[in-house]
Design a protein. Structure first.
Length: 377
């Protein structure tokens, strides 16, 4: 009799524990859903350009692991910026900045973007009127940036066009080769499975808590993350385009660089036909600045240790070629490295790994100094 009563008590206690755990998880899921809803999709594919913002759109950008949530507003011409007329006002020096997600900066309030920092510094410290137009759009390639300028960007009558070249993925690897390399996405992903287990994993893939934990685990519990990756439950942190950091380039990487160079030359010629000037700014990848992250990637991808790597290679490779084409550029890699050495401040968000407010500030202020010298302001 006592054993039955004991079993009953244990069963009730276990049910209460599981019920309490279930309720707690549901409450956490609801809180994350309210505070950090699923990412709002701001872009769509335009047949003439590629990735573009929806004109006049607005929504909330959220990234739970980094504690980010703020309103993003797209202007009537499809830019993440205030309203600008196509016609340049008299007496105005206008700068148009082309770029991808690093330039669009959805993870940072608009007023903190490097385009805004640059515009503010120019107007505060020089005579005249200066406008800096942010034409960055997430996921844009150099080809799409060229098509945007050819179809739309030229209308702004800019005096200077800056191409914000993100070293991480602006040299696009062909799909046939990219399949050899894993894409960065530090979130738990379900294995392909059939039946009940497969359906459970499919449901979890849509869970805010599931995604949140998947972003937290690699930084807080790296050993556990490594185990999950070995079991195929989490993607490996390997960018598809990281072979641009190889000491000796495979032929297919050289071909990718050649296509990128051709696009830059087409952009230069088109910019000059519109009586403007092109310059390139190099935005480094986080692991170029923080080499511990690169080493972590190699540890999680032991097969890549066999390759000889040079994290400065793409900057030197592109910089040398730009000099032969008489195209000005500013490389932020040595600037970021010096900053990290002197004050150990982060330039990137911990989990999202896009530029944070400080990274945008450093780029904006150094761009100001470069433009002031180049144009004798």
């Amino acid at each position: 009799m006592n054993s039955i009563k004991t079993f009953k008590n244990i069963s009730i206690n276990l049910l209460l524990v599981f019920f309490g755990l279930f309720v707690s998880l549901v409450l956490i899921e609801i809180v994350l859903w309210i505070l950090y809803p699923a990412p709002y999709i701001f872009t769509y594919s335009d047949p003439n350009i590629g990735a573009v913002f929806k004109p006049g759109d607005s929504g909330w950008y959220s990234a739970a692991p980094d504690g980010l949530r703020h309103k993003v507003i797209i202007n009537s011409k499809g830019l993440r910026d205030k309203e600008y007329s196509y016609s340049k006002p008299d007496g105005t020096f206008r700068i148009l900045i082309l770029g991808d997600s690093m330039t669009a900066g959805l993870a940072v309030p608009r007023k903190k973007l490097f385009t805004e920092v640059l515009e503010q510094r120019l107007n505060d410290n020089n005579n005249g009127n200066y406008e800096v137009i942010n034409a960055g759009v997430p996921a844009r390639s150099v080809a799409e940036e060229f098509r945007f300028y050819r179809n739309e960007g030229y209308k702004y009558e800019s005096d200077l066009v800056l191409l914000a070249f993100y070293i991480g993925n602006d040299v696009r690897i062909p799909n046939s080769e990219a399949s050899q390399i894993k894409v960065v996405a530090n979130r738990i992903v379900p294995k392909e499975s059939q039946g009940f287990v497969g359906r459970i994993k499919a449901v979890l893939a849509h869970s805010h808590l599931y995604r949140f934990v998947g972003n937290i685990i690699p930084s807080v519990f790296p050993s556990f993350a490594s185990l999950l990756r070995k079991e195929g439950l989490m993607t490996k942190p390997w960018l598809r385009d990281l072979f641009i950091f190889a000491k000796d380039y495979p032929e297919w990487v050289i071909e990718s660089w050649d296509r990128t160079k051709d696009l830059i030359l087409e952009l230069k010629n088109t910019v000059e036909l519109n009586e403007s000037r092109l310059a390139i700014l190099f935005i480094p990848v986080i692991h170029q600045v923080d080499t511990a992250i690169w080493q972590e990637n190699l540890e999680l991808n032991p097969d890549k240790k066999q390759v000889a790597w040079n994290l400065d290679k793409p900057n030197k490779y592109l910089g040398s070629w730009l000099k032969t084409q008489e195209i000005d550029y500013i490389d932020f890699l040595p600037i970021f490295r010096q900053e990290k050495k002197e004050n150990n401040k982060r330039h990137y968000l911990r989990f999202d790994r896009h530029l944070n407010k400080y990274g945008h500030k450093v780029i904006g202020e150094n761009l100001y100094n470069w433009i002031r010298m180049e144009f004798n302001l």
